[in-house]
Design a protein around this ligand. Structure first.
Ligand SMILES: NC(=O)c1ccc[n+]([C@@H]2O[C@H](COP(=O)([O-])OP(=O)(O)OC[C@H]3O[C@@H](n4cnc5c(N)ncnc54)[C@H](O)[C@@H]3O)[C@@H](O)[C@H]2O)c1
Length: 330
């Protein structure tokens, strides 16, 4: 659970850790909010750079500052990456595969050029770490095979291609300048705070809240790996603390089919969620199956949130939206 993790991190009391300033790009987003909370909870000053204003809880106001604006603007990057900061956790990106297919040039500018600009400021200003939110989409479709870091980069969309390009930039900055750079390749992340997202878990939650049904592409046997936000935050914090340079797949290590996911959401919500099957979309991957052995070895990563328990945190979050209305997708 986020709160238990945050409390144990706050108690860790590692010498010197609390004083390091962390720059979090995309700190107002789904993953970013949880990352900012985790670092602030253990006493790290945090600079959030995001075009959206972050909601900073009262107890963190003395630690968390916001640089507003668009990261494609060099002045915004310049204001965010200050000398004396220890490193950057880079989460801001065009995150939608479909949008990347519609707008490949914009995706290159927002994902690759921004990453290069941030790395260069890190080098010039003596920052020592850089953690990138990457994706298993960098390896493309390998059917029912198991995805690991050993596979060649073979992305099939501008989204995957730009993340692969970012990984290469990180590798170059480690090789040439000794900056500790980590690319964490996340599977599908789920957890509280994803009401604005349009992925399958929040779509199911919205349908459950509204007592509606859901559309499933094809027969629903396609499988995915869902990793809870708490495990993702732990992996990011571990990469930061260990100053690990390299790539690591971060998932639950256990895949479920779309129909199994729906069954689990029915169990958690108590809702019927009737399914309508519609034709499968072209290019949809039949399976995402990952191994997380390298993350376990290098980062002491241990996916620890069980799926039913994790889905419960999302459902509770959806139900407790202040006015009781259904959170909208963006
Ligand atoms: N959510 C997932 O399942 C998943 C899976 C794999 C990888 N990732 C990666 O993790 C990262 C975080 O994803 P998320 O789900 O939290 O996304 P999100 O959309 O919830 O948050 C992204 C945040 O970045 C900000 N942002 C984006 N571009 C910006 C720019 N040019 N200038 C300033 N701010 C900008 C947005 O305002 C937003 O607050 C992304 O890099 C994404 O590609 C996410």
């Amino acid at each position: 659970m986020p709160s238990s993790f945050v409390q144990s991190a706050a108690k860790s009391g590692e010498p010197g850790v609390g004083a390091e300033r962390v720059v979090v790009t995309g700190g107002s987003g789904f993953v970013g909010r949880a990352v900012v909370r985790a670092f602030a909870n253990r006493g790290n000053p945090v600079t959030v750079v995001d075009r959206v204003e972050p909601e900073i809880p009262e107890e963190h106001r003395h630690l968390v500052s916001h640089v507003p604006g668009d990261l494609t603007d060099p002045e915004v990057r310049d204001a965010a990456v200050t000398e004396g900061s220890a490193g950057i956790i880079h989460l801001a990106a065009i995150t939608s595969v479909l949008r990347s297919v519609d707008k490949p040039t914009e995706t290159f500018a927002e994902n690759v050029e921004v990453t290069q600009g941030l790395l260069e400021l890190a080098r010039q200003r003596g920052l020592t770490r850089f953690v990138l939110a990457s994706t298993n989409a960098v390896v493309g479709d390998i059917g029912y095979g198991t995805i690991s870091e050993r596979l060649p980069l073979r992305p099939l969309t501008p989204y995957g291609a730009t993340k692969a390009a970012c990984e290469m930039l990180l590798s170059g900055y480690t090789g040439a300048y000794g900056i500790a750079t980590t690319a964490l390749r996340f599977t599908n992340i789920y957890g509280p705070g994803m009401g604005h997202k349009d992925s399958f878990v929040p779509r199911l939650m919205r349908a459950a809240l509204a007592d509606e049904g859901v559309e499933v592409y094809g027969d629903g046997s396609q499988s995915r790996d869902f990793v809870h936000l708490d495990d993702v935050v732990r992996a990011i914090v571990a990469s930061w603390d260990k100053q690990y340079s390299g790539t690591a797949v971060i998932g639950s290590g256990s895949s479920v089919s779309v129909l199994e996911l729906i069954e689990s959401v029915r169990a958690v919500t108590g809702k019927e969620l009737p399914v309508t099957h519609v034709p499968a979309k072209n290019g949809e991957m039949p399976a995402v199956i990952v191994e997380v052995e390298k993350a376990k070895r290098e980062l002491d990563y241990q996916p620890s949130v069980r799926f039913a328990e994790g889905l419960r945190t999302v459902w509770d979050d959806f139900r407790h939206v202040a006015d009781g209305s259904v959170p909208a997708a963006t």
